[in-house]
Design a protein around this ligand. Structure first.
Ligand code: ATP
Ligand code: MG
Length: 441
């Protein structure tokens, strides 16, 4: 052989080698794409991987079996053949796809490979499907696709067997480079990771759906229970009110008991009402009746309602006028609930003879409505608790100030539904300022 033909042969070999190497890279990239793609259905992932392996790596066939531990069964989830057997015999195709191998069938080569975590090789398809597909049918499948041998790999993820991959490679007498072998050796691991990923995703998605269902059930339960509780509790409250207000001859001891019962019933009614509102907010069922609202008038209404309470505690309450109209777009009742709670809190937590003032400013196209009090103030570490559900602080509990601890949580949700924010500034011993920011219209 002269020098130039030797070089030509070397070049040819190198070229083939590079082509193989390219195929390996293309396949690995493709599998990567499948793992990272939006396809999360395990069946679809397995099918795509099997297809890619046959198409990109030029193998004769790939079967991917997944292990169903609950049913102790190994079933095919992805079969890709370089030549269709459906055209030759649809029955064979059906037989191939509906194979079920018992996990306890230790004589089966695939089960053996998985249990022993070892690669097995065989020349006959019948060895894989003994007692499941008859020998003649196996032969026919093998001849149709022209498969000469089968490599059986266990698929293992995080030390757990998840299935098996069976590959039928090209014939040995065709150029079969180290890269091709290298690729086949790496495939089980790559595919295990891909499958593990989508199995996990599948499980998480199912758990998530279940949680969503439970959440809905919980919502429905709270909603139903609140409705059912509200009517009898309102009746109890009305009768207590009647006894307390219409009878002059009540024994003082009995009167005090009834007063406690009445206050507790009121508390329960408010709790139920708040839980109903929260279940609506969290179930995204809270509807806003949007109007253009004069915020000053709305706050003044809450102020007028609560003035009596301020009087009872000798608290000076002031509402500073604002020179311009303060218009917002919002739900009157819901926004009133917010201000009644914030002003109500200021009055509730400020000791007798303190003062509460309400004033407005405009900051960057937002109306800031402030409620400031001379109460005990709130420590820095307690500030984040305020807007949580049942976020009553120790002081409030100790002083037995009535409340459910849901007011600020609900207020924050309502303000946010209005595209606003709520902020608190406070220092222990120096009082508290709550600010509600709402977009101005
Ligand atoms: N102005 C304030 N000064 C001091 N502490 C406050 C003030 N406003 C709220 N808090 C604290 O924040 C907690 C949460 O307030 P929130 O309005 O959510 O509940 P509540 O007033 O206890 O009950 P509810 O409003 O449901 O009747 C209160 O229990 C109280 O400990
Ligand atoms: Mg409150």
């Amino acid at each position: 052989m002269d020098q130039s033909s030797h070089i030509a042969e070397e070049l040819y070999k190198k070229n083939l080698e590079l082509t193989e190497r390219n195929k390996t890279l293309a396949l690995l990239r493709k599998i990567d794409e499948i793992i990272l793609s939006k396809v999360t259905d395990i069946e679809e992932v397995v099918r795509q991987i099997a297809q890619a392996v046959v198409a990109e790596a030029g193998l004769k066939a790939v079967y991917i079996f997944l292990l169903n531990k609950k049913e102790s069964l190994l079933t095919p989830h992805g079969i890709s053949l370089s030549k269709s057997i459906n055209d030759v015999d649809p029955n064979l195709q059906r037989a191939m796809f509906s194979v079920k191998i018992s996990w306890n069938d230790d004589s089966n080569l695939i089960i053996k490979a998985i249990k022993e975590r070892k690669m097995y090789q065989t020349e006959s398809l019948y060895n894989l499907f003994k007692s499941i597909i008859n020998e003649k049918a196996c032969r026919k499948i093998q001849d149709t696709v022209d498969m000469k041998s089968f490599l059986i790999y266990p698929l293992v993820a995080r030390e757990e067997a998840i299935g098996s991959m069976i590959i039928s490679p090209r014939e040995e007498n065709q150029p079969y480079f180290a890269y091709q072998k290298d690729l086949i050796d790496r495939l089980p691991e790559v595919i295990s990771i891909a499958l593990d990923n989508s199995l996990l995703y599948d499980r998480i998605q199912r758990a998530n759906l279940r949680l969503m269902e439970l959440d809905k059930l919980k919502d429905e339960f709270v909603s139903l229970a609140s409705h059912e509780l509200r009517t009898p509790m309102t009746a109890v409250k009305s009768y207590l009110w009647m006894v307390l207000n219409k009878s002059n001859s009540l024994d003082p001891q009995i009167r005090s008991y009834l007063e406690i019962a009445s206050a507790e019933t009121e508390h329960l009614i408010k709790l139920v009402q708040n839980m109903l509102t929260i279940s609506r907010i969290e179930g995204k069922r809270l509807e806003l009746n949007i109007d253009i609202v004069n915020l000053f008038d709305l706050v003044m209404h809450s102020y007028n309602t609560l003035k009596v309470k301020a009087g009872e505690k000798n608290i000076t309450i002031t509402l500073l006028p604002y020179p311009e109209k303060l218009m917002v777009s919002g739900d009157k009742d819901k926004l009133s609930e917010v201000f009644e709670n914030i002003i109500g809190n200021a009055l509730k937590y400020t000791p007798n003879k303190g003062s509460v003032s309400i004033y407005f400013t405009i900051e960057k196209n937002k109306i800031a409505a402030r409620v400031s009090d001379t109460g005990p103030g709130i420590s820095k570490q307690n500030l984040p608790k305020l807007f949580q559900k049942f976020g009553r602080l120790e002081e409030a509990k100790q002083n037995r100030t009535p409340g459910t601890g849901l007011g600020l949580y609900i207020s924050k949700q309502i303000v946010e539904l209005h595209k606003g924010t709520i902020k608190v500034e406070s220092e222990v011993g120096k009082g508290t300022v709550f600010t509600v920011y709402l977009p101005m219209v």
